[in-house]
Write a protein that binds this ligand. Structure first.
Ligand SMILES: Nc1ncnc2c1ncn2[C@@H]1O[C@H](COP(=O)(O)OP(=O)(O)OP(=O)(O)O)[C@@H](O)[C@H]1O
Length: 327
């Protein structure tokens, strides 16, 4: 469904400094600790991360099921924390579609695949185009199973019907929480390929939260979340060489937030014993990072002196990210 209130420019998902604190028995858990995330219109992005890193918390906020403690969360131009109850219902019906891990949350067991899609369309207010439900099942590769109920479908088939249901009202953004969590490898690939097809054919923006290591082969970007913040991203693209052969390319980046923070990968920290404080040096085209603890090797010769030990009086208190050698 196209509504005039949906923004046509800018990223489809925009989170800045997102914080979510849960308080249980006077103990605070910081599930999201200033998370930044941008997903452009038409992107297919996977969000991965260890258990407890904050993935489901983020998805609950983007689904407008939960509100952040602080920070900004915008989807298709809608400022989620400021939505009224009524706007939230419309948002969930018209702007976003959901695919959950559990079939019971996606499909009604006593309706056929086709009836599940038709019902979702009717709830969205469109009873005029019955052929659309067939088209969506066809897009998801399950048109021949239209008359079957969920119990008569395999797990992978159920999830592909669930994708058709999620698309019933032509949402701008598709959100999926562990959509392949209960599936074997073969069925997972079929479901991930269905997300790819939907993204390619309909241009629907999609964010898939997953533990599935094979997801990276099916998306343009994999964002890693660590301790409630996005830490690294892997971008993928196809390079065509001079002989016309296509090569799948990938490169990993650290995420730099708006105030210049980044998380170094765990294995870098371990390999160089980086902890507590590090020395930084600004070079012509890069920034060097060295261990900063006492006895650690000093950076090699350099004339910039950006992070050399220096008189404390040269520095405004709090300006020195390394803390210098003030001990
Ligand atoms: N309702 C809640 N009350 C208290 N703490 C919560 C609540 N929901 C999540 N948390 C805590 O917030 C942190 C992030 O949880 P979250 O479920 O977002 O992680 P996750 O990355 O989705 O994990 P998993 O992959 O296991 O689903 C965890 O420490 C979790 O215990």
């Amino acid at each position: 469904m196209t509504t005039t209130s949906i923004a046509d420019t800018g990223p489809d998902i925009e989170c800045h400094g997102l914080v979510r604190i849960f308080t249980v028995a006077d103990i605070e858990v910081q599930a999201l600790q200033g998370l930044d995330l941008l997903v452009d219109r038409g992107e297919l992005v996977a969000l991965v991360g260890a258990s407890g890193s904050g993935k489901s918390t983020l998805l609950s906020i983007l689904s407008a099921l939960d509100a952040p403690t602080a920070g900004k969360a915008t989807v298709a131009g809608r400022d989620l924390p400021s939505l009224s109850n009524r706007e939230r219902v419309r948002y969930r019906r018209e702007v976003v579609g959901f695919v959950w891990q559990q079939t019971a949350r996606n499909l009604l067991p006593y309706l056929s695949a086709l009836e599940n899609v038709q019902l979702a369309r009717a709830i969205g207010g469109d009873r005029k185009h019955p052929e659309r439900a067939h088209e969506l099942l066809d897009l998801a590769g399950v048109a021949d199973l239209a008359g079957r109920r969920p119990a008569e479908l395999s797990g992978g088939q159920q999830q592909r019907v669930a994708i058709a249901v999620a698309l019933a009202n032509d949402p701008r953004v598709l959100l999926a929480d562990e959509p392949t969590g209960d599936l074997d490898e073969h069925a997972s690939v079929e479901v991930l390929e269905t997300f790819e097809t939907v993204n390619r054919e309909l241009g629907t923006t999609a964010l898939l939260v997953t533990h599935d290591p094979t997801v990276s082969e099916h998306v343009q970007r994999t964002v890693q979340i660590r301790d409630g913040r996005t830490s690294t991203e892997v971008l993928r693209w196809t390079h065509t060489d001079d002989e016309g052969r296509e090569h799948a390319m990938a490169e990993e980046f650290a995420v730099l937030d708006r105030v210049g923070r980044l998380q170094l990968p765990d294995d870098y920290l371990a390999r160089l014993s980086l902890r507590e404080r590090v020395r930084l040096r600004l070079e012509a085209d890069h920034v060097g990072v060295w261990p900063g603890h006492r006895g650690a090797p000093e950076p090699g010769s350099a004339d910039s002196g950006a992070s050399e030990p220096h008189e404390a009086s040269d520095q405004t208190e709090g300006d020195d990210p390394q803390g210098g050698d003030r001990g």
